[in-house]
Design a protein around this ligand. Structure first.
Ligand code: GTB
Length: 231
């Protein structure tokens, strides 16, 4: 640890990711580095984490890696990636443990990765955005049920597909990892309560040792920030 760099495992790490030095989620593991951390833990790849302030994220050094000035990024030798979904996909393709070998099962797992980010997450983000920025607007109370309804429609369809299965399509995959991470954004909304199988699905994901390690690592960043007395 030092100079904003947190290391796990041996000294000669090739993989470096970026994360918030001070995450606005206050250690709840809701920022998008969490998917990447979790994926790296699932496949057992040690990695370094470079912590960035909001100002540093907008500076040229970081913009060269992430054109939108955001976290997370992924560096491994000559390869630099941004977009958490693409990073998780790369990790899943490169290392064993997150995608099945069978061609069809692999394609379906990838299908669920896209569904998590392109179909399930958008209405969740819409609602989250409204809760963050529109609560004081006169039309908020009228709009919220519509946004809740859109989230509910996605959750109902997902709950129906999951049924009483442990994971969405056979063994745990990168599809489950992204789905669980997307659903975690709803934990304080109460909207998951209508779907006990989805609540149990999220709990199963969060119960995985790899998730626990990833969560502990990002929580340690928050605790370190608190103890250092930074705002
Ligand atoms: N599509 C990109 C990806 O998936 O990698 C989106 C990356 C992104 O949104 N990064 C956010 C960021 O860097 C952090 S994760 N924001 C700073 C900026 O744009 O200037 C999004 C996030 C932020 C905070 C919470 N939270 O407080 O709960 C949750 C999620």
């Amino acid at each position: 640890m030092g100079n904003g760099m947190w290391r796990r495992g041996r000294l000669s790490l090739t993989i470096t990711i970026t994360a918030f030095a001070q995450s606005p989620d206050r250690g709840r593991g809701l920022a998008r580095d969490m998917s990447v951390r979790w994926a790296l833990e699932e496949v057992g790849q040690p990695h370094a984490v470079r912590l960035l302030s909001f100002a540093a994220m907008k500076e040229a050094d970081h913009l060269a890696l992430q054109p939108f000035g955001q976290i997370p990024t992924y560096e491994d030798g000559d390869l630099t990636l941004f977009e958490s979904g693409a990073i998780v996909f790369h990790i899943a393709q490169r290392y064993m443990g997150l995608l099945p070998d069978d061609e069809g099962a692999r394609a379906r797992a990838i299908n669920w990765m896209f569904a998590a980010l392109n179909t399930v997450e958008p209405p969740i983000l819409q609602r989250e955005g409204a809760m963050l920025t529109e609560r004081d607007k006169p039309w908020h109370a009228e709009r919220l049920p519509m946004l809740d309804g859109q989230v509910h429609d996605r959750l109902a369809a997902l709950a129906c597909r999951l049924g009483d299965a442990t994971w969405i399509d056979g063994a745990f995959s990168a599809g489950d990892l992204l789905l669980v991470n997307v659903l975690r954004r709803l934990t304080t909304s109460g909207l998951l309560a209508a779907h006990p199988n989805l609540l149990a699905y999220v709990a199963r994901g969060e119960g995985r040792p790899a998730f626990q390690r990833a969560f502990a690592d990002q929580l340690a960043v928050f605790i370190g920030t608190e103890q250092s007395g930074q705002p």
